[in-house]
Design a protein around this ligand. Structure first.
Ligand SMILES: NC(=O)c1ccc[n+]([C@@H]2O[C@H](COP(=O)([O-])OP(=O)(O)OC[C@H]3O[C@@H](n4cnc5c(N)ncnc54)[C@H](O)[C@@H]3O)[C@@H](O)[C@H]2O)c1
Length: 360
């Protein structure tokens, strides 16, 4: 992380003029965190541990959650009302780690109060909300980062590198299976819960603009789809398929990426060899027209490239803090979040019409 500090811009009150000292005396970004349920503790822990950030206050409307915060972080202010964070002159940035239906209101309040925002995936419940927030942040010269955690994993970084170097050749498909038993959400379906991961990954890795989405799904228990199959069509015959399911007896996190030259398997549940690259492929040639196709199968070596072992969320939050301090726009900004929300909207629309193609 860089320690060369630039003016922070839109910090309000004393936070814009004074720097809290931490560790070696670097200027630190002071955070308020909203939401301390399942994912919030990971955000708080990392922000608390990073050299260039500190957690000033955490808000949760649940008394049980507030007790847990106080027990783990006795030095941190614990509040029940978000207004206490939003208006605090001691806070530079707000991390929003609450359910998606709250993201719009909370992000808007934070931006209106001059705070940078780190907001969980998916960015918002619809694209109009996302667009409004992007414009508001731009007007106020504030940063939005959407937590697309997987983009900061060693695996996605390595796959990006392999694609960029041309190791796989022209990409044919991305095919992901992200299934497990639960956790059932009460406000969103399995698409809005699990697919943002893959949609943000394909948005990052595939350097083409998606053209259309088709999706099917079914709800069996609580009125929200618990099983879904999403297909995203890109130019140049690139196709992505995402299988998300809360009703799977086993947990699977496996992605296949097929290319003209090589193919890879990414098993995120593997401890060591998460990515395996196969020198396998098919070459089709025709000597006497279409009826005499010669199909050659190539089956060469397999290798497992080194994948950096990092806590992705820690890397991501460190990058966000750096973006604030250096006045840089994160690549996983509100606009990236909006692209994912548009794909989610298209998938939901298609599901309602039993897989009808939705053009983007
Ligand atoms: N990036 C990832 O890998 C990842 C993983 C899990 C969850 N998430 C995302 O994190 C967000 C939260 O998910 P979760 O599983 O932690 O949910 P959760 O329900 O376990 O926790 C949410 C917490 O927020 C609190 N809360 C809700 N509204 C509030 C409000 N207005 N003011 C104060 N507190 C409020 C609740 O009391 C609860 O403690 C979701 O957007 C989810 O998609 C991301």
């Amino acid at each position: 992380m860089s320690t060369v500090l630039q003016p922070v811009g839109q910090l309000v009150g004393p936070a814009s003029n004074e720097s809290t000292q931490k560790g070696s005396g670097d200027t630190v970004v002071k955070f308020g965190v909203v939401g301390y349920g399942y994912w919030g503790p990971n955000v708080v822990r990392n922000l608390d541990q990073l050299e260039a950030s500190t957690v000033v206050a955490v808000c949760d409307k649940s008394p049980t959650a507030r007790k847990r915060i106080h027990k783990s972080y006795p030095h941190v202010k614990v509040v029940a009302e978000t207004a206490d964070l939003m208006s605090s002159p001691d806070i530079d940035a707000i991390a929003i780690v609450t359910p998606v239906w709250t993201h719009y209101e909370l992000t808007k309040a934070a931006l209106q109060n001059g705070k940078h925002v780190f907001v969980e995936k998916p960015f918002t419940s619809d694209s109009a909300q996302a667009e409004e927030l992007i414009n508001l942040a731009a007007k106020k010269n504030l940063k939005i980062m959407v937590d697309h955690t997987f983009l900061f994993t060693g695996a996605v970084k390595k796959i990006g590198q392999l694609l960029e170097e041309g190791t796989l050749g022209k990409i044919y498909y991305y095919d992901s299976t992200r299934v497990n038993l639960g956790l059932f959400q009460h406000d969103i379906n399995v698409i809005w819960d699990l697919a943002p991961h893959d949609l943000s990954i394909i948005d990052h890795l595939i350097k083409e603009t998606p053209e259309a989405v088709s999706a099917t799904g079914q709800s069996h228990l609580n009125g929200f789809e618990d099983v879904a199959f999403i297909t995203v069509y890109f130019p140049n015959k690139i196709i992505a398929h995402i299988n998300v399911n809360w009703l799977s007896p086993v947990k699977v996190r496996t992605t296949l990426i097929g290319g003209e030259k090589k193919m890879l398997v990414w098993n995120d549940l593997e401890a060591d060899e998460k990515i395996k690259v196969y020198d396998k492929g098919v070459h089709v040639s025709s000597r006497e027209g279409l009826y005499n196709l010669l199909v050659n199968y190539r089956s060469g070596d397999m290798w497992a490239p080194q994948v950096e072992q990092v806590e992705a969320l820690r890397k991501e939050l460190a990058y966000f803090v750096d973006c604030i301090l250096q006045d840089q726009t994160p690549f996983n900004d509100g606009i990236a979040g909006l692209r994912v929300v548009k794909l989610l909207e298209a998938a939901s629309k298609s599901v309602r019409n039993q897989g009808a193609v939705v053009h983007l």
